[in-house]
Design a protein around this ligand. Structure first.
Ligand SMILES: C[S@@+](CC[C@H](N)C(=O)[O-])C[C@H]1O[C@@H](n2cnc3c(N)ncnc32)[C@H](O)[C@@H]1O
Length: 453
């Protein structure tokens, strides 16, 4: 890496962090756009950008805690550019062994000057020099005396989320969830078995030197690594697999469509679960994949064309608007609803800072509104699957309880569709809460209801 590159990459990192933290943009989208724009950079510079942006976001609460040990100014009171320069510098000191601390300080000071903050060069230098000397000695909150604060700083998890989880799970489980979300997440793929057998797909992947591993819980789920980008993988271009976490795959598994079933997925984009249902129907039946906007429909359309599905359509339909033509039409209705997404923080670290308790309550209202609108689309005797990619009773168990109290449905055991390792008291009752760090998947919730009259 040349010195010019170091300066440039750090400026790019600062730009990305500013967009995410100050303009509410999504980390994965900002990074995708930045990497597309700077394709000409060397692979290691691109890797440095991704890792520093993602790592800084992932560890921001801890980084701010460390910064406040060395700064007399509170992080929230600093100028946004300055606090982000300091954050990315602390991330490099704390988590990147290969970058000398002295270089981190020098580059931060240069960047401060380059951004026009001449008068704050001394401040940045002072804080980072102090951190350089003292970062190894920082005392973190004590797990026994202040368990919530400890978890919050150790795993950079906002306290309101921890408060809810600690009310539902014991401390050890919450720590496992946090650790699971904090560790690097893997890329899982679902083999489109109606297109090719798993062995053929594995062979094609290995031909391109992609590392392939089996994944627990489902025989057609694989983990892939050592690839450059998805669109360059032949098996992907040929529609032989879909990127999907194994937790999401369990939705269609639990829905268990029978030959010829009519399925409606009311919140379907980008289409992962609809495509899975369609794959399982193997050319029979039908899947109506609905979502709110033309853009979302176009995402599904792309996937439909790539995977060559003939028994599925993507359509624009607002799930909060009653559709009389759908009444008692569905053998299976999938309600994979918009949610707080706390189960996928491992992949999208900024979710944890952007979500608030108030926004979560709004989402609960939306989830209930959608369920209230669509329940009657299910045939009597048909199945409704409710799922979210979040952890916590508000959007999961409490919604199940509310739904059972207000609509003609009962829960149905999902044990027949699960491997032994996932069976429990709740799966027998009809629902499953998957926890990162416990199950080794994203955080995910699935409930299966049968319409009774
Ligand atoms: C959890 S995602 C669905 C993921 C999808 N089932 C899959 O497996 O790929 C929730 C989706 O709900 C959609 N959505 C939000 N509000 C909606 C509404 N009122 N009507 C229909 N779709 C909506 C969002 O656009 C988003 O694509």
């Amino acid at each position: 890496m040349t010195v010019t590159n170091i300066v440039n990459t750090r400026e790019i990192i600062l730009g990305a962090l500013m967009a995410i933290t100050e303009e509410e943009q999504y980390c994965h989208i900002v990074l995708r756009d930045v990497l597309a724009k700077y394709q000409y950079l060397e692979k290691r510079d691109r890797a440095f950008i991704s890792r520093t942006v993602e790592g800084t976001m992932e560890n921001m609460i801890q980084i701010d805690y460390i910064l406040e040990q060395f700064s007399t100014v509170k992080v929230q009171n600093m100028k946004p550019a300055i606090r982000n320069i300091l954050r990315m510098s602390i991330y490099q000191m704390q988590y990147m062994d290969g970058v000398p601390h002295a270089a981190v300080v020098n580059e931060a000071v240069k960047l401060t000057q380059k951004k026009g903050f001449y008068t704050l060069k001394g401040f940045v230098n002072g804080v980072l020099r102090a951190a350089e000397r003292g970062i190894g000695e920082v005392r973190f909150p004590d797990a026994e005396r202040t368990p919530r604060k400890y978890l919050s700083v150790r795993y950079s998890m906002p306290e309101w989320i921890l408060q809810k989880w600690l009310a539902q799970f014991d401390f050890a489980t919450v720590e496992k969830i946090c650790r699971g979300l904090w560790q690097e997440s893997r890329t899982c793929i679902r083999c489109n078995l109606s297109r090719a057998p798993k062995e053929t797909i594995i062979e094609k992947l290995r031909e391109q030197n992609i590392t392939v591993k089996e994944v627990p819980y489902l025989p057609y789920a694989l983990e892939i690594s050592d690839y450059n980008y998805l669109q360059a993988i032949n098996a992907f271009k040929e529609g032989l697999f879909q990127v999907q976490d194994v937790s999401s795959m369990l939705v269609a598994e639990v829905a268990a469509p029978k030959w010829g079933d009519y399925c409606i997925d009311v919140c379907a984009a980008p289409g992962g679960k609809s495509l899975h249902l369609s794959d399982k129907l193997n050319g029979s039946g039908y899947v109506e994949a609905r979502d709110l906007t033309d853009y979302k429909v176009s995402l599904m359309q792309e996937n439909l064309e790539r995977t060559g599905r003939i028994n599925m359509t993507a359509i624009r339909q607002d799930a909060t608007v009653f559709d009389g033509a759908s009444v008692e039409k569905a053998d299976i209705l999938l309600a994979d609803l918009p949610c707080s997404g706390l189960g996928v923080i491992g992949r999208k670290p900024d979710i944890k800072y952007k979500m608030t308790e108030a926004k979560q309550q709004e989402l609960v209202k939306l989830q209930r509104k959608i369920l209230d609108t669509v329940w009657s689309y299910v045939k009597v005797g048909g199945t409704l699957i409710y799922s979210t990619c979040t952890i916590g009773a508000d959007e999961n168990q409490y919604n199940v309880k509310w739904f059972l109290e207000n609509y003609p449905f009962r829960l149905e055991s999902i044990d027949p569709y699960l491997c032994d390792a996932l069976k429990s008291r709740t799966t027998k009752a009809g629902y499953l809460q998957l926890l990162p760090g416990v199950h080794g998947t994203d955080g995910f919730f699935i409930a299966r209801f049968k319409r009774v009259k």
